[in-house]
Write a protein that binds this ligand. Sequence first.
Ligand code: B12
Length: 238
Amino acid sequence: MFGIVFCIEHLNRNRRSIDLVGILRSEEEIFKDLKEAVLTYDKDSATKCSEEVVNRGIDPLKAIENGLAIGMKEIGDKFGTECFLTDLILAAETMKTAMTVLERGMKVGASERMSGTVVIGTTKGDIHDIGKNLVSIMLAAGGFKVVDLGVDVPSETFIHKAEETRAHIIACSALLSTTIGYMDELIHLLKELGSREKYKVMIGGAQVTAAFAKEIGADGYAEEAAQVPALAKQLVGT
Ligand code: B12
């Protein structure tokens, strides 16, 4: 009798672990669902998938780059033909919802933040913040203390906050042809104030190019958020 009970218990235990393995989705499946969530503006699914990423210890940056950002790019590519302003707003909000959850999975403690301080924001007149938020997350994960000023940030505020926080880098994002000029303004203002040498200025965003960065005398430019921590470390020499 004891033998039979033991056998049944043994089988059950094994089946449970098989079931467990059975219900564990692959990382790729979760990333695909995150992409779909952005494309269908499904905040519930975005939240659930992001929680799964965090709870299972999957790298949140991989989830952003291989899931959310791909969905966002698809929406961007369809802009003006299949997708319009409302679609963009809904997709962006879905991505933000997911990123709030994923940020909890970034394993960077205060003591590890010794690479330097970065003051970051989107230029005046510009409310695009998805790329800027991604860059912030990457910098924090790369060991930087990040002071995020949000969107529509005047050049004076960038400088004031950099002074206040004794920042090493001012990072500026812009997505509109009409707002990249404020990056030039920022550098001019720094020069006028005699503070140009105090900070490294790093710029980026869809309309920004390496040539533009060189033209206005910025210290660094990166096309992708993934390149930013290495660039920032190079700039501050850490
Ligand atoms: C989502 C989106 C919106 C959302 C923004 C939501 C949000 N919270 O950000 C909403 C709907 C609000 C919006 C509004 C508008 N938008 Co819009 N938007 C987009 C869209 C589709 C995607 C942008 C995005 O998030 N991309 C994904 C992120 C991850 O990419 P990214 O920002 O480029 O960032 C990456 C890199 O550039 C880099 N990076 C970014 N920042 C930084 C900073 C530093 C320091 C570094 C080193 C690197 C770096 O790293 C990031 C990750 O790899 C783009 C189209 C496109 N394909 O770019 C249009 C786009 C930028 N928008 C555009 C326009 C015109 C507008 C509006 C003026 C529309 C309108 N008529 O109202 C308004 C602008 C309002 C304003 N004052 O800002 C145009 C700009 C055209 C131009 N040449 O100026 C685009 C290109 C669409 C188009 N094809 O016409 N938009």
